[in-house]
Design a protein around this ligand. Structure first.
Ligand code: TXA
Ligand code: MG
Length: 319
């Protein structure tokens, strides 16, 4: 979290350098892109990614878009088929996001992918964003820089009205040229799916890909990060548990004895940062000790706690 004062950074080398320093320190900076302002954080840092969800007040850990400066950087993180390559050379940098299979050793925080085996990637065209990406030298996660449920920001004033005092800084890039979020596509060998309409129109894409499919089957989940089966450990998860059962793997929150802890001090940002890795560790420990259940202490249902509980509820859902 920030100390309550949001710095306004000028679009100068000094402003860019300050933005990069803050990002390297795990802080959040609103950055201009050609679509909308993004709420940027280090995509390899669990803490930075947890702060993004905290600042937005997102009720769920929806997966985040990863921003990179070049195709070479994309190839280190994800794999591209022929269609993805054609789309990349046709429309990157620009208002296009592609959902691609993750490569081993990608190094991203599991909070970015929400535990999926795919990642949403975009090469933005905005010169300031590109300068920051090149100087930062790593992947930047950035959802739109608005509180959850509010309208995406296309000017500094919009960002301030929603997030002033909740983020470290804003880099002033003036109004965004496109003003609509990026179009999200999932290119696969059997065809390309349109996951979100956006700044790159369908008519511009289809000559390259053929007809885009949109799956509107009722009940079909568009963002797979929301499926209950994702990130569910093999052992049965029980929530709001008193942590008194010695046969279960006990995951604590706040003071008290447990096998693992989401946050010994009861800090929700730390708990969010630790969530996915702790679930993994709990599952490993369950295997090691032949434990059938993972018990998780109550997490307050406020702020980031709501997103944590949403995710834990899915992990605990019967399969
Ligand atoms: O223009 C934009 O795309 C802006 C700028 C800042 O880049 N960003 C943006 O991010 O709109 P956000 O977080 O507001 O929207 C991200 C969307 C969500 O709907 C999420 O479900 C989807 O991307 N998404 C991310 N990863 C995904 C994945 N692996 N599979 C499917 N959908 C994914
Ligand atoms: Mg958004």
């Amino acid at each position: 979290m920030s100390n309550g004062k949001t710095e306004l950074l000028s679009p100068t080398p000094a402003g860019i350098a300050r933005a990069v320093d803050l990002l390297s320190d795990g802080q959040l900076v609103a950055l201009p892109t050609e679509t909308v302002y993004g709420l940027a954080g280090d995509a390899t840092s669990d803490m930075a990614c947890a702060r993004i969800f905290e600042a937005k007040g997102r009720p769920r850990f929806n997966p985040l878009i990863v921003h990179l400066p070049s195709l070479a950087e994309v190839e280190r993180i994800a794999t591209l088929n022929d269609t993805a390559r054609a789309l990349a050379s046709g429309f990157w940098p620009g208002p296009l996001t592609m959902v691609l299979p993750l490569r081993d050793g990608h190094g991203l925080s599991p909070l970015v992918t929400a535990g999926l085996d795919t990642v949403a990637i975009r090469l933005p065209a905005h010169p300031l964003m590109r300068d920051v990406l090149k100087a930062f030298g790593g992947p930047i996660a950035a959802p739109s820089a608005n509180p959850s449920g509010r309208i995406s920001p296309t000017a500094v004033a919009h960002v301030l009205s929603g997030l002033d005092g909740r983020i470290a800084a804003i880099l002033d890039g003036g109004p965004c040229g496109v003003g609509l979020e990026s179009t999200i596509l999932a290119p696969s060998d059997t065809g390309t799916r349109l996951l979100r309409e956006g700044g790159l129109p369908r008519e511009t894409i289809e000559p390259l890909t053929g007809p885009l499919t949109t799956d509107t089957t009722p009940g079909k989940v568009q963002a797979p990060g929301q499926l209950s089966s994702h990130y569910a450990p093999k052992a049965q998860v029980r929530l709001n548990a008193p942590l008194t059962d010695p046969n279960a793997i006990r995951v604590g929150f706040g003071p008290g004895s447990a096998d693992l802890s989401l946050s010994p001090t009861g800090d929700l940002i730390e708990a969010a940062a630790n969530l996915f890795s702790t679930l993994h560790a709990a599952d490993d420990l369950a295997k090691e000790r032949n434990a059938r259940e993972i018990h998780i202490a109550p997490i307050p249902d406020q702020g980031l706690g709501r997103a944590i509980n949403d995710r834990l509820t899915r992990a605990a859902a019967p399969r």
